[in-house]
Design a protein around this ligand. Sequence first.
Ligand code: URA
Length: 210
Amino acid sequence: MKQHLTVVDHPLVQHKLTLMREKDTSTASFRQLLREISHLLAYEVTHELPVTTKHIETPMCPMDAPVIEGKKLVLVSILRAGNGLLDGILELVPAARVGFVGLYRDEETLKPVQYYFKVPKNLEDRTVILVDPMLATGNSSAAAVDLMKEAGARDIRFLCLLAAPEGVARMKEAHPDVPIITAALDDHLNEKGYIVPGLGDAGDRMYGTK
Ligand code: URA
């Protein structure tokens, strides 16, 4: 994966994203759409995963057939909104290892504060996909990548639903080696650090906490 930013403009992704953006979409529908979209984004983010072969027998003959090196993949959710993407991707790649990074955004400074960190071992040998639906200021995303690199990860990708130009620029400056895959690049951030037009607070919309 060479490009720094990939926007997945598949019509199914765009259609589902529009439904998610609508303010009257229910919590249940929002969650279901996120689950569906995460499958489609997972398809994109995994398309260069290393493949190995397994010796099998078809009803016709033996063969060496391709399989993903599932244990090589680590999905890391940036809590709490990342869990929506994580759950959908795990349905497609159930053998993946999973990590969690707890960061909340200080509403005044907009800077990330860490409260939880638990990731699998031997990250240097694995592909890490960091998931967070919203790449807004990029502060928490860049901090999460810092933590992953400190823990040994070398091959990292960042998967989100919406990205703001400010967040993409921040990530490019801090981590030019980390490709970003998103369903849309939105217009800008507002003064509170929300993506515009965006979809509001992803965690609140996913869990009905507002
Ligand atoms: N986090 C969200 O949930 N929404 C935004 O628009 C920005 C950050």
